[in-house]
Design a protein around this ligand. Structure first.
Ligand SMILES: Nc1ncnc2c1ncn2[C@@H]1O[C@H](COP(=O)(O)OP(=O)(O)O)[C@@H](O)[C@H]1O
Ligand SMILES: [Mg+2]
Length: 265
């Protein structure tokens, strides 16, 4: 009945564990042993994760810093490969994974929009048809024709969100963009995501804003200590997550809906 467009089956991801290496000299003079220890010393960022995201649903991922949320999104996007397990993704991915990721520092904002659109699989004509809308949404003014080297983090977040949100996303991946930039632009992003929700665009949202997850997502996954703690109705998962963290649900740390109603500043 419900068609999964993302499926993780017992997925684990390890990173090489570099911290034990005591300097480059030590590494060079103990090369054979170190190569071996490099291979053996793996840091497990995700352990045995299984979940599905269905077509048209908005799926939230919550968890403390370092839990493995960004790693999960990067695996969905195909930027990382799993160490073990199986991942199936059906559909065109529009990723907003990290500030400036996918942007070329030598290009202007406008050129980066075109560059990204083409990378996401659209034709140049399709991108050009939406260019003005994207530029307007980003509110970058004259900066849109400057190299993105001159952009602040907030400006990079604006450009990134504007690009992924306007190029007909099939599966939208958003990592923490709500945490950067001013409140008014964040409100705009939340409104846009509510539009996507109404239009049944599949979305995976990683954010510290538990309230945004409750507002936007039907279901949520709580990752704790690199593995799944709970998957279910977003209201329930968010409530139990906040209870466990000892943070009230409507606290400042969980900004979201309240901001939508606050005056723009
Ligand atoms: N490229 C990397 N190399 C080594 N360790 C990494 C790398 N990326 C992330 N990690 C580690 O993997 C764990 C999960 O990271 P991440 O997925 O970024 O967590 P989150 O997004 O939930 O804060 C963290 O402990 C982090 O330090
Ligand atoms: Mg992260």
């Amino acid at each position: 009945m419900r068609e999964p467009v993302i499926a993780f089956d017992q997925v684990s991801k390890s990173y090489p564990f570099y911290h034990h290496v005591r300097g480059i000299k030590h590494l060079l003079f103990n090369l054979p042993r170190n190569v071996k220890s490099f291979q053996q010393n793996q840091y497990e960022a995700l352990r045995d994760i299984s979940f599905e995201v269905y077509k048209g649903e908005q799926f939230g991922i919550i968890g403390h810093n370092g839990a493995g949320k960004s790693t999960t999104l990067q695996l969905i996007a195909g930027v990382l490969r799993p160490t073990s397990g199986r991942i199936v993704v059906r559909g065109r991915i529009s990723p907003l994974l990290a500030l400036g990721a996918g942007f070329h520092p030598d290009l202007t904002g406008r050129e980066n929009v075109i560059f990204n659109g083409v990378l996401m699989g659209l034709t140049r004509r399709e991108v050009m048809a939406r260019l003005e809308e994207i530029v307007e949404f980003s509110e970058l003014g004259d900066f849109i024709d400057r190299s993105i080297r001159s952009y602040s983090n907030g400006m990079l977040a604006r450009l990134g969100f504007s690009v992924v949100a306007h190029l007909d996303p099939e599966i939208l991946l958003i990592d923490e963009v709500l945490g950067v930039g001013d409140i008014r632009f964040r409100q705009k992003c939340i409104k846009k995501m509510m539009e996507f929700k109404n239009n049944k665009v599949t979305m995976v949202l990683v954010t510290h804003s538990v309230n945004s997850v409750m507002q936007i997502c039907e279901r949520a996954m709580w990752i704790e200590d690199h593995t799944v703690k709970m998957i279910g109705d977003s209201q329930k998962v968010a409530r139990l997550y906040c209870e466990a963290a000892g943070v009230p649900l409507n606290s400042q740390e969980n900004v979201g809906m309240a901001e939508l109603e606050a005056p723009a500043i």
